[in-house]
Design a protein around this ligand. Structure first.
Ligand SMILES: Nc1ncnc2c1ncn2[C@@H]1O[C@H](COP(=O)(O)OP(=O)(O)O)[C@@H](O)[C@H]1O
Ligand SMILES: [Mg+2]
Length: 188
């Protein structure tokens, strides 16, 4: 039963393979359906890995028009409003790519984003790693092909472990209704 305990040890971590932009958006929607105000999602990935498309999916789960969700070029923080069914909570979409110093970070307005009134999704979170709350869902994305991406989820804290467990359980129960095939491999 060594295999069982190995799997238990990595139970909190999970990865999926996306084979298209649409699959990444669909995964964002499934994740978004489990998120609520006060949650924090940190995205760690290079250019073009799909951070913004994943965020589009998350926003769609709250009734936000995906066309409105784009990489904020000069605006570091975009704020959207969830629809009525989702209590019109604020959805903060942050892109920290341009941040180079702690002084710059201090001017961005992250305090509002992290105050807990809304859902926060932060691209280029590595720019602020030391300043962000320990409790969060970290998502790592990487290119594995022209239209393929590996998406790894690392929950930090019980709240996010529960969310990842729910995603895993849904994928295991309904493998044919999930557009991305989950890997059952442990990650570490
Ligand atoms: N499986 C995939 N998931 C997400 N994006 C993909 C995928 N395959 C190709 N793409 C393309 O990669 C780019 C991702 O862009 P974007 O979401 O803005 O990335 P990032 O925000 O990480 O820089 C888009 O042009 C998208 O069409
Ligand atoms: Mg982006």
């Amino acid at each position: 039963m060594a295999g069982m305990s190995e799997r238990d040890a990595s139970a909190a971590l999970w990865e999926i393979h996306s084979r298209s932009e649409a699959e990444t958006i669909a995964f964002g929607q499934r994740l978004g359906a489990l998120l609520s105000a006060g949650d924090l999602v940190l995205l760690f990935a290079p250019f073009g890995a799909g951070k913004t498309h994943l965020t589009k999916g998350i926003g769609m789960a709250f009734g936000v028009d995906a066309a409105d969700i784009n990489s904020p070029s000069f605006v570091l923080i975009n704020e959207y409003e969830a629809d009525r069914a989702h209590q019109r909570i604020p959805i903060y979409h942050v892109d920290l790519y341009r941040i180079e110093t702690p002084e710059e970070l201090a001017t961005v307005g992250l305090d509002d984003v992290l105050a807990g009134h809304g859902l926060a999704v932060i691209e280029w979170a590595e720019r602020a790693a030391a300043w962000l709350p320990h409790e969060h869902l970290a998502i790592f994305m990487q290119h594995t092909g022209a239209t393929e991406r590996l998406i790894r989820l690392a929950p930090h804290g019980a709240r996010y472990e529960g969310i990842v467990a729910a995603l895993r359980a849904a994928a295991a129960l309904f493998p044919n209704t999930t557009s991305s095939r989950p890997s059952e491999r442990g990650l570490e």
